[in-house]
Design a protein around this ligand. Structure first.
Ligand code: AVJ
Length: 318
């Protein structure tokens, strides 16, 4: 039997167009980073993870590998493992032998991203109940009734928490805390740490230009979603570490003065004007633990790599 899949909510195209147009017309033009992930964008992100300069993915994988037993001890066996932004489910699958979850719930924006991976995974682990959930949890976490309430363990790897501002991150983590029924819930989260600007700049503006392609591809996605006429040759990728704000910023910068038109709207950009496409906040260990505690988590355990570039935390709902 193929694993069960539920699509909780599909944003309608009109609402998406309104949101995008509003972003383009704002005094500081911006587009939410979730729009980076159309089918090509998702493939480009996978390629980013292979780049020599992009350390987060492989550093996190090494931390998880090296500390599997301790992580399983902290999190416990038989949990309801809720994998936020599961995609190909590969990160969670590596935890299965140690964590032995009772139910596995991969969550992603669309169940179409989950179907194939879950079919293969269910064959490898027939003893684990699986329920795929399609939902855009970047605004609010809505889980269907079929997700077991006992012993929920939220898995949020990859430093995706960095896309939220610290205030939004507290609110989001608090909503995870609230989705843990009692004190038997927990969180296993990957967090990118503050480090030298050179290392961070290179990770988000790599020499092969894959991150540039990933960022620019957003404009192709906008052309389709909005019926816009962005010409990629008119735009330049910017990705750099903003030390004051402790965050990576990605922008698309107009190479010349130009006008972009779309169904029902248009905007002129001056040369050098930018569209803000992503923030990726970096934390110190202490700052992130404080954030977890503000969100209602405690008993934090943290694992890191030798260079202290990345951190994996387990925290209990208290
Ligand atoms: C998927 C949000 C964790 O911030 O490092 C990678 C996205 N953007 N390169 C990150 C990303 C540019 C990534 N996250």
């Amino acid at each position: 039997m193929p694993p069960a899949l539920i699509q909780v909510f599909q944003s309608n195209p009109d609402a998406i167009r309104d949101e995008l147009a509003q972003g383009l017309l704002a005094s500081v033009p911006c587009i939410a980073p979730k729009y980076l992930y159309d089918p090509l964008g998702s493939k480009l992100f996978e390629a980013i993870c292979e780049l020599p300069e992009y350390y987060p993915t492989r550093t996190e994988a090494a931390i998880l590998d090296a500390n599997l037993a301790a992580i399983a001890e902290a999190a416990g066996e038989g949990t309801t493992l809720i994998d936020l932004g599961a995609g190909n489910c590969a990160k969670a699958a590596k935890l299965f032998p140690a964590l032995r979850p009772r139910q596995y719930v991969p969550v992603d924006i669309s169940i179409e991203f989950l179907r194939e991976a879950m079919d293969a995974l269910q064959k490898r682990f027939p003893g684990i109940a699986m329920l795929g959930v399609g939902v855009d949890f970047s605004n609010a976490l809505v889980l269907p009734q079929q997700v077991a309430r006992e012993r929920r363990l939220f898995f949020y790897p990859g430093s995706s928490i960095g896309n939220f501002t610290p205030e939004q991150a507290v609110a989001f983590l608090h909503s995870l805390r609230a989705a843990c029924t009692s004190a038997d819930g927990g969180l296993l989260i990957g967090v990118d740490l503050v480090k030298d600007k050179d290392v961070l700049d290179a990770a988000y503006d790599d020499s092969l230009g894959v991150t540039a392609a990933f960022n620019l591809n957003l404009l192709l996605h906008l052309n389709r979603l909005l019926g816009a006429d962005f010409n990629l040759r008119d735009w330049k990728h910017r990705g750099f570490y903003n030390e004051t704000q402790s965050r990576i910023e990605m922008h698309l910068e107009a190479r010349r003065s130009l006008t972009v038109r779309w169904q029902g709207g248009q905007r002129s950009f001056k040369e050098g004007e930018r569209i803000h496409t992503e923030n990726s906040y970096k934390y110190t260990k202490a700052a992130f633990v404080a954030l977890l505690e503000r969100a209602g988590f405690g008993n934090v355990r943290a694992w890191t790599d030798e260079r202290q570039w990345f951190m994996v935390c387990h925290a209990q709902a208290i």
